[in-house]
Ligand binder design. Structure first.
Ligand SMILES: *Cc1c(COP(=O)(O)O)cnc(C)c1O
Length: 432
């Protein structure tokens, strides 16, 4: 399988380059060259397949001969070791819980699979790859957990001192082994600037074999297609489901489009956003206007210039009408989001997080116009990650999942560093 770039459809690269490079030249994003529907025999067998088994078949369809099937199977089985269960609210609405991984958000799927794949790509090398990431909170935690103890890979995470939540800091600083946290005396922007400078220092990047794990990497998108199939496997509706996706950078929705191209029956997609509504606006007006993001309750969706929009557009051949025919867009304010959390609890006794609540509202409103449609809301994070707002709106405390409870006991280990490019360079080079 080869991958083309959204910035240059004639460019073709192999899996190794697509994954280790991440971003294509000129800022393009990689997509698989061919997307062929899975055979009817796959759908016949689907009811009997385990989650890792079905995920392996989806991965094989997307990656083809890029790596031996036995190796791919091992990577998938190791990465997909937690489930994505459907929770039924009523006959027309179900919730796909994507928060059963180590950091309680759907990004665990992407991070764990990417770690396995990068480890495989680096097999047989003498020197470790160093994954360098700057984080303002959540991404770093998913990457740290995902790459933890991956042979041949070192992870170095830069985070701004005092500017991540205590829980997030624990996720970054307590793993040890191949995960190192650098506590930067500065802001998130400083961290990002330092990481960028390290990558553009060719000598340093080569000597330390630096690589990135950012969200636009095709390796993070592929495993996100798996759980759309897992959802469909559990679906009991008479019609194919509408998939409602709370979105920020639109990786999750793009993965749904990939699943659809692989033959997954889908009635329609819903792009649900908070007030950072660049994509719903595009769907309505055909003009795309990126702008600075606005902070909201559903903060993982505070994105003003969604990078995966380029992939979405490429998948629809650049056609606005084609995209509009398949995706409905809707946006909600924080006030509406709070009311959504209350409504879900009052109607169904279910505690939904602010991101999922945005999805719930969008599906509910879509169903006013399409009363026969039944749908699945992707619940992207565990409500325990947002205890204040969920408890305020439901009047009930959120039970703490064991992954979070265990963190509280662990001890922070971080290396303090000034917000200085040279300091990072010296530190990277001084490692054994
Ligand atoms: C990252 C994230 C999102 C947004 O997903 P995209 O793929 O960027 O659209 C939504 N909810 C949660 C909890 C997230 O962490």
């Amino acid at each position: 399988m080869h991958f083309y770039s959204t910035a240059d459809p004639h460019l073709r690269v192999d899996l190794r380059r697509a994954v280790l490079e991440g971003l294509a030249p000129g800022g393009g994003l990689y997509l698989p060259e061919t997307l062929r529907p899975l055979p009817a025999t796959f759908f016949d067998r689907l009811p009997d397949l385990s989650f890792p088994e079905l995920a392996t078949e989806v991965a094989l369809q997307l990656l083809g001969d890029s790596l031996p099937a036995t190796d791919l199977r091992k990577i998938v089985h190791r990465a997909i070791d937690f489930d994505a269960p459907l929770h039924k609210l009523d006959d027309q609405r179900q919730v796909l819980e994507l928060f059963h991984g180590p950091t309680l958000a759907f990004k665990d799927f992407g991070a764990r699979f990417m770690a396995g794949l990068m480890g495989w790509l680096n097999r047989g090398e003498d020197q470790a790859l160093t994954i360098l990431v700057a984080t303002s909170g959540d991404t770093g935690g998913a990457v740290a957990a995902g790459f933890y103890q991956t042979p041949g890979i070192e992870v170095v995470i830069l985070y701004p001192q005092g500017k991540v939540s205590p829980l997030q800091e624990k996720q970054l600083t307590t793993l040890g082994h191949n995960i190192t946290a650098l506590e930067i005396d500065g802001t998130f922007d400083d961290c990002q600037r330092m990481v960028k400078a390290a990558f553009s220092d060719r000598e340093l990047a080569q000597q330390c074999r630096l690589s990135s794990a950012n969200s636009i990497n095709i390796a993070r998108l592929i495993p996100q297609a798996f759980y759309y199939f897992r959802a469909y496997q559990q679906w009991d509706g008479a019609q194919p489901p509408v998939f409602c996706v709370p979105s920020g950078n639109f990786g999750n929705l793009t993965a749904g489009l990939l699943a659809h191209r692989l033959g997954l029956p889908v009635q329609h997609f819903i792009a649900a956003t908070n007030v950072n509504d660049v994509v719903p606006e595009y769907l309505e007006t055909a003009s795309f206007h990126p702008r600075p993001s606005v902070p909201t309750l559903s903060n993982a969706m505070d994105v003003g210039n969604p990078s995966n929009f380029a992939r979405m557009l490429a998948l629809f051949g650049g056609s606005h009408p084609a995209m509009q025919a398949q995706i409905y867009g809707a946006r909600y304010t924080d006030l509406q989001t709070r009311a959504g959390i209350r409504e879900v609890f009052e109607r169904y006794g279910y505690q939904i997080d602010p991101h999922g609540a945005v999805g719930y509202l969008a599906l509910r409103d879509y169903q006013v116009q399409h009363p026969d449609a039944a749908g699945i809301i992707l619940e992207t994070a565990h409500p325990a990650k947002f205890p204040e707002v969920v408890e305020a709106e439901t009047g009930q405390s959120v039970p703490m999942p064991p992954q979070l409870a265990a963190l509280a006991e662990r001890e922070k280990v971080a290396t303090p560093l000034p917000a200085d490019v040279a300091a990072l360079r010296d530190w990277l080079l001084a490692r054994p």
